[in-house]
Design a protein around this ligand. Structure first.
Ligand SMILES: NC(=O)c1ccc[n+]([C@@H]2O[C@H](COP(=O)([O-])OP(=O)(O)OC[C@H]3O[C@@H](n4cnc5c(N)ncnc54)[C@H](OP(=O)(O)O)[C@@H]3O)[C@@H](O)[C@H]2O)c1
Length: 271
């Protein structure tokens, strides 16, 4: 299988490295298309670098679109002539619908996905959807590639890609927000920055591992930690009083609405 990744930025290079490292693709079968003025990638050994779109694209089985959404309109004009109907196109671009990609590249086999930043360390979460024209075998091939960067969920419902943007896409930022509030509080209570960071890091890691290794829900774990009249309970009384959970859910919903809105704006503007 020959794969072309278009865009040698954070995600494009992460994908190249993950695919080759996981041995899902041979180094010589992985191609990366970058702009001629892109930073020097001579030390990057995961794939063959190209600086201009030309006939080699026709030979690719899978083309991955890893450019910013606002660059896609220009890119589509450059590569459209080299796309053939048998090729599968996988987009990781936020906001651009399957229908739009099909129309701009004049091809049908399109898969759209939303990865997240921990893909960089093999702990990513990707939600993806596809056009009806993509075969089951092609979907499995793409799923294997996506799973080399973490875990994935397939959905028939494209709107869930925007929903995933607000949960798993933005999610790491929510986690950092919680971690930061705990680090700040620990420092105020007298710990050094390094001590506070270690305490909070280990607390998150431990809680996440407990969740992943047992059947209990988050609510059940909270119950296990909160003894009657104890410290955790007093913290939660205040969290409930301020309706923190409801407000957080409102925030995730806001991100979902914004993902839909941004998608529409991107489609209406240059794309
Ligand atoms: N980063 C994330 O955590 C994340 C998560 C989920 C989804 N995504 C999606 O992944 C995509 C890529 O994100 P990123 O963070 O990797 O962005 P990035 O670091 O900016 O990389 C995009 C690369 O594409 C290059 N490019 C633009 N037009 C091109 C063209 N015509 N031919 C070849 N290369 C071209 C850019 O070059 P120039 O810089 O020179 O323009 C840049 O190097 C985006 O659509 C984003 O929505 C990212």
């Amino acid at each position: 299988m020959k794969i072309l990744i278009i865009g040698g930025g954070n995600m494009g290079l992460t994908y190249a490295k993950s695919f080759v490292k996981s041995k899902l693709v041979e180094n010589e079968n992985l191609h990366i298309l970058i702009k001629p003025n892109h930073q020097d990638l001579s030390n990057f050994h995961w794939g063959k670098i190209h600086t201009s779109p030309n006939a080699f694209i026709v030979e690719m089985d899978l083309i991955i679109l890893a450019v910013k959404p606002q660059d896609f309109f220009q890119l589509s004009k450059e590569i459209k002539q080299f796309i053939n109907p048998q090729q599968v196109v996988l987009s990781i671009m936020a906001g651009i619908s399957i229908a739009k990609i099909q129309s701009l590249l004049n091809t049908q086999k399109v898969i759209r996905s939303m990865p997240n930043l921990p893909s960089q360390i093999g702990l990513g979460m990707t939600v993806y959807s596809s056009a009806n024209e993509v075969t089951r075998l092609e979907l499995v091939m793409v799923q294997n590639l996506l799973n080399s960067t973490g875990k994935s969920i397939y959905t028939n419902d494209e709107i869930k890609i925007d929903a995933a943007t607000s949960i798993s896409g933005s999610g790491p930022a929510y986690v950092f927000y919680f971690m930061n509030s705990m680090i700040k509080s620990a420092i105020e209570m007298g710990f050094t920055q390094a001590e506070a960071e270690l305490m909070v890091f280990q607390t998150f890691k431990g809680a996440v591992e407990l969740f992943g290794n047992n059947k209990f829900s988050c609510e059940e774990w909270i119950q296990k930690i909160s003894s009657k009249g104890g410290t955790t309970e007093s913290a939660f009384l205040l969290l409930h009083e301020y309706s923190i959970e409801k407000r957080l859910i409102n925030a995730y919903e806001k991100a979902f609405e914004k993902a839909i809105k941004l998608g529409k704006e991107v489609e209406l503007s240059r794309v």
